[in-house]
Ligand binder design. Sequence first.
Ligand SMILES: [Zn+2]
Length: 423
Amino acid sequence: MRAISLVLFLGLLVSFLNAGRLSPLSSEVEWKKLHEYHFTITRERFEALLDQVYSVDGGMRAYLRISPESLTLFSDSSKTTPLFSLFFSNEFSSVRPNPHPPRYPENPLREKPLQGLRICLDPGHIGGDFSKLEERFFQMEQNPPVEEAKLNLMTCRIIESQLKAYGAEVVWTKEDEVPVTSLRPSDLRQEALQWIFDLGSTQFLPVETEIVKRANMLFYRTAEIRARAERIQKLKPDLTVCLHYNAGDWGPNPLIPQLVEKSRLVLFITGGFMANELKYDDQKFDLMAQLLEQNNEIELGLSAKISRRMKEIFKMEPEQYKKWGAVVPMKEEPYVYARNLAANRWFVGPTVFVEGPYMNAQDAYYRIIAGDYEGQKEIQGEMVSSIHHDFALSVVEGIVDFYRQTQKPNQETRKFLPTVWNP
Ligand SMILES: [Zn+2]
């Protein structure tokens, strides 16, 4: 008991000294990485993206000082500790080309419309030995168990073969049910404790249970997604598709799951950073890095096309959120929201996060436990193809629609740069 009190006290002390600077498992932020973005964006465009997509609740502005020529970002809201400055492009400097412009297929109107594109598949969750720990496993009566990671992987394998048939090169963040991270929950107890104190709440008791729960979350959410982000950084895909099956309300006792009537569909693109997340400097960096990549249009365009195919194939309504600050609806696209999920935040390059039908809904559950199969089968009195096939098809057709129907934007070329420039 005494030992625990001492650990708690030390944790509190460390927490106080580090007062809200970095979120759990973050290493020091390398602000100089953003120097390549000087003069690549106008102030007007920066502010529009900030206010409409990335920081809609205004949280980021508390740390920003914006002038017509530049912005300075501060660690604190009293604006005494500067982290980084960025020059905007303007009529004198014009727009410097984006250092990482999204690539488009060579000839999207030909037979192989995705030729020249490298697409990364990111099947959600780890699965296997970890599916219960990451709370992505359930079983109803004597029916086969439902493990989300397995479903995601199965669907991604079909997506892979279809994308290849359309000429794309396919790479993966992970292709099995083994974690990408080498860390395990037992390695993360200290960080879990730190996290509990950073949250500053006294409601988390008993302490041991709370430490185990948070160490698990740091493992399957934070460490795992960070490891996948590192892989993506090396693979340099032109698009990453994070694929998941969603779930509805589990009912009063999640251990005895109940089926909801209907699935709803949703896709997430990067954005929606909340004020309480932006007190951490690493989250400020992630927002800046994502915004300055300027992938919002391509993420929105791809998600919109995929959502239309999903609506057409599944005939399911969009997800609806009532007054939840973590999601930002994208006007005109009822299935698409901006959200600050770890994958959206850390994956470089255009990323779309697709949530398929609910594993625990009447309209999907029986199709899910039927597994993957060729052709059609009678399920609940209806002839249907495999749900994995339908999900894969909607994602792939949506991607093809986007590249076939979207004009590659013209990169504005640099007209002027200061001759002395030393970032
Ligand atoms: Zn999931």
